[in-house]
Design a protein around this ligand. Structure first.
Ligand code: AMP
Length: 290
């Protein structure tokens, strides 16, 4: 595995790979890798001949009061993990190379960025879509791999790739969970052992909603009420939002007959966690997610 920090060198290595007829897969990450990230890498490895993983803690997607400074950066461990997954190229630029002084061009996706995470974290998605566009230009992948864990991000990037005619396929991979259901996240490292247990209430609430929907409940408000009741059983966890929305537009829907996304965000102490489940429409076969 090559590790590169420079943009021109990375561009060159990817152009070379493409010239040699290799199918390029890109997995963008912020590092502090866990099995969720590695599932994306494995998916890329199985579908592509040249796998590029980027590690970049993108300052542009953090708000002023968020955790940019304390975000975990175990770089050597990450590099070893990627080496054992047989990644071809690790791209790990620093912030001044990605955003040199005077850079004033940004990518803004209107619509699905205005709600949920976008409403709670102003500017977050502008940071995400700007950096992902830059990575798409630098690497020029055939496939780009994202996690359903960040469902809104995946929907926005899919839309951006379509709106801006990026010649690539966005692949959305399923959420990888701990044994007790907690969605894997680099931010889980912030939790104390007690908070770690309390955090499982997010998935319990989503599972309760799933069970209700499976048993025929179609009404979004009824589902949300049931989810909120489960969250209320854990007073140490404070709900930021719990919604039932359309899987593409992310706009609220009243009825889940045609499928829905149920995203949740909650604070466990000062740590903000997100998770989600997807409900499938009545009679709709389970969508195949790679
Ligand atoms: P991050 O490093 O948090 O920016 O995440 C990098 C990529 O990994 C994103 O596409 C995430 O959605 C994905 N990811 C993070 N956690 C998980 C998980 N538990 N399961 C699946 N994908 C994940």
């Amino acid at each position: 595995m090559r590790t590169l920090t420079g943009i021109p060198e990375t561009q060159h290595a990817c152009i070379e790979a493409r010239r040699n007829g290799r199918r390029i897969g890109l997995v963008p990450t912020m590092g502090a890798l866990h099995d969720g990230h590695l599932s994306l890498v494995r998916s890329a490895r199985s579908q592509c001949d040249f796998v590029v993983v980027s590690i970049f803690v993108n300052p542009l997607q953090f708000g002023p009061n968020e955790d940019l400074a304390r975000y975990p950066r175990p770089f050597d461990r990450d590099r070893q993990l990627l080496e054992s997954e047989k990644v071809d190229l690790l791209f790990a630029p620093d912030a001044p190379s990605v955003y040199p002084e005077g850079a004033t061009t940004f990518v803004d996706v209107e619509g699905p960025t205005a709600v949920l995470e976008g409403a709670k974290r102003p500017g977050h998605f502008r940071g995400v879509t700007t950096v992902v566009s830059k990575l798409f230009h630098i690497v020029q992948p055939d496939f780009a791999f994202f996690g359903q864990k960040d469902a809104q991000q995946a929907a926005i990037i899919t839309k951006m790739a379509r709106d801006l005619d990026f010649p690539l396929q966005v692949v959305v991979c399923p959420i990888v969970r701990e044994k007790d259901g907690l969605a894997m996240s680099s931010r889980n490292a912030y939790l104390s052992p007690e908070q770690r247990k309390q955090a499982t209430v997010l998935y319990r609430a989503l599972s309760r909603m799933q069970t209700l929907a499976d048993s025929g409940e179609r009404n979004s408000s009824a589902l949300i009420d049931a989810g909120c009741q489960v969250i209320a059983e854990e007073p140490a966890v404070s709900l930021d939002y719990l919604a039932v929305v359309d899987t593409e537009t992310l706009q609220p829907i009243d009825d889940v007959s045609h499928g829905a996304l149920i995203p949740i965000a909650a604070y466990v102490g000062s740590t903000r966690l997100i998770d989600n489940i997807q409900l499938h429409g009545v009679g709709e076969a389970h969508r195949l997610v790679r």
